[in-house]
Design a protein around this ligand. Structure first.
Ligand SMILES: *Cc1c(COP(=O)(O)O)cnc(C)c1O
Length: 381
């Protein structure tokens, strides 16, 4: 049996998405060209843009196509800060952001900007009172992720949005882990900029979106022919844009609610099963404020990387800590931030479900996992 439970790292492209991308192959005209083939490509892009805009309550000219979540985060942060440096040089974020937010901010810090990294509690939640206290006269940007990619914790986005609005500070959120599972309306949540990545919701890798409110002042980070409202030069990735438009359409076709309910069933089943069958475990994140797709769990006295390998040999694919942190020998910055000691952090696994997972998948995991944990514990004794 093969169980792919690493959907927070990447998802399988939906067949309907693939087939519409195949059709897209026929329309290979450059969208910047004035002939009818170019116009057709342009038209396909604009249809996808409208679809996506509508799904989050935005206007089409507020949707910028990028190469993915990483570029969207970089454009939001660097593009905004550079265009607004005359207003201030202080930025607020959290200690548990994705590397594609943390590292652009570290780069800005190196260049003289001041960055406050808000701590989180042991469930991974920020304290909004601390956020208020961190705000200064020269704060220009708040960048806080919607949900964390390692532990699934959802931040109080609506409150953060209204605080940002109250102080007239731009609010950016990395919504990469949320977009495929929950309805998001950028107006209701007072979100000014939002990053989305195609390959986290059954569209291809290498395509993403930055939503940016159209009255924001933003500089590009890539200069060239002026595509994407001058904010992201380079010939558009037409096929992937069409595919992503289709993926959004599929999410909106009732799938989103049903899928979240489906994921929650799998998540609870896994948590209940692990709790019943394995001793000395700790579930990481928040039981109350969490996306339905992620289960992060620490097994005391177990090496997570070895466990990932042993599960792999049984056809089960998961991450230890987070996909990006797996190759490093340091414990994940997120698990450290929620106060996990190194021992528990090294023994943590992230299961992340998607729409193709079934209850049988969870049953198979629950059949295999207890024995492997036991084996590793015996070896380390
Ligand atoms: C995957 C991910 C990203 C990066 O997206 P890419 O499209 O892979 O560059 C950014 N933020 C979060 C929270 C993610 O999970």
């Amino acid at each position: 049996m093969k169980v792919y439970a690493d959907n927070a790292a990447s998802t399988k492209i939906d067949d309907e998405v693939l087939s519409i991308m195949d059709e897209g192959n026929e329309h290979y005209g450059n969208p910047s060209c004035v002939h009818s083939m170019g116009k057709k490509s342009k038209e396909l892009i604009e249809t996808a843009r409208e679809q996506i805009a509508k799904s989050i309550g935005a206007k089409p000219n507020e949707i910028i196509f990028t190469s993915g979540g990483t570029e969207s985060n970089n454009l939001a942060i660097q593009g905004f800060v550079e265009a607004n440096s005359n207003r201030g040089y202080h930025i607020i974020t959290t200690s548990i952001e994705h590397a594609s937010v943390l590292n652009p901010l570290k780069y800005l810090q190196y260049n003289g900007y001041e960055v406050t990294f808000l701590p989180v509690n042991n469930e991974g939640l920020i304290d909004v009172r601390q956020l208020r206290r961190a705000i200064r006269k020269n704060t220009i940007l708040i960048s806080i992720m919607f949900a964390n990619n390692e532990i699934g914790t959802l931040q109080p986005i609506k409150e953060i949005g209204s605080i940002s609005k109250q102080y007239n500070i731009c609010f950016h959120t990395d919504a990469v882990q949320v977009f495929g599972h929950c309805k998001i309306n950028v107006n209701e949540l007072d979100i000014d900029m939002m990053s989305i990545s195609g390959h986290k919701f059954y569209a291809p890798k290498g395509i993403g979106i930055l939503y940016a409110r159209n009255d924001l002042n933003l500089f590009p980070i890539i200069y060239g022919g002026g595509q994407e409202f001058n904010l992201r030069s380079g010939t558009e990735n037409v096929n992937s844009i069409i595919g992503m438009g289709k993926a959004v359409e599929l999410l909106n076709k009732t799938e989103k609610d049903n899928n979240a309910a489906h994921l929650l069933i799998l998540k609870n089943k896994l948590i209940d099963g692990i709790s019943a069958k394995i001793s000395n475990v700790k579930f990481n994140g928040s039981m109350e404020y969490s996306i339905p797709s992620i289960v992060n769990v620490s097994f005391k006295g177990v090496d997570g990387i070895s466990l990932v390998d042993m599960l792999d040999a049984k056809g089960i694919y998961v991450s230890s800590g987070s996909a990006c942190a797996s190759s490093h020998l340091k414990p994940s910055h997120v698990l450290s931030a929620i106060g996990l000691n190194d021992n528990l952090a090294y023994g943590s696994l992230r299961f992340s479900f998607g729409k193709y997972n079934t209850e049988d998948d969870v049953n198979y995991i629950l059949d295999v996992l207890p024995g492997l944990v036991e084996k590793l514990r015996e070896q380390s004794r």
